[in-house]
Design a binder for this molecule. Sequence first.
Ligand SMILES: [Zn+2]
Length: 288
Amino acid sequence: MVLVNTREMIKKAKAEHYAVGSFNVTDIEMVSGIVAAAEKENSPVIIQFAELHDKYVPLDIIAPVMINIARKASVPVAVHFDHGETFDNIVRAIRLGFTSVMIDASQDDFKTNLARTKEIVKICRPLNITVEAELGPMNREGGGQKVDYVDLDKTYTNPQKAKQFIDESGIDMLAVAYGTVHGVYTQKPNLNFNRLQEISKLVNFPLVVHGASGLADEEYRKSVENGICKINYYSEMVHRVALAVKEKLEKESSNKQLFISDVSIWEKELVEKEIRQRLRVFGSSQKA
Ligand SMILES: [Zn+2]
């Protein structure tokens, strides 16, 4: 199947009220496990590579792997560059063939975020590349889970600001903050579905959630009901797979000679199993 444009994939998800899972990858096993899961669930899927994961594998090495596996898939697969923080790396990702990119200038003030986002939209538009941006105080686990009850905008995305940002930037999808954080959760997140609903009603636009691995199934469903069309999922997946590999190593090393290539096969199978469950919860199964 041809590589699919993320915009079309997300549009369909919004119209049919489900979310597309967007899973980060850092090796071939993850890419093939995720795509195999999508094929078995007959689901669309997004595989993404985050700029900060360059320490695991360089962008120019993993990008062709992602694109080749996506092209051979029997279901729609989009290939996304996640958390692009620099103009140069975003342009590199576009040149390598990604069908969408995220410009993450969310740490900047509103005006700078908007200006940097517009710069990316300007180069992506003629190339038909989908652009995701982020607005709001999205934090890392451990750093910012406290809710500021006096000024909710310090914890969550402001709906009016989201509308202004969407209108002025020309982006295709927006990551918003309603209480999720990046990383593996060590305490329950303070999700604010009222805030998500307010944003969604006002903007009527494809919304993205980051830091979404580790939520309860019901919280994913509520997120989708309230306008989330793309769910970024990573930390919990790789953590759980690592623990399962550890268990298998301990169990199987006593009765057979092990090779690191055995671990590759386990990794792919474990990722596939985990992703199939997620796709069902996100509602994208049978939507390819
Ligand atoms: Zn993120």
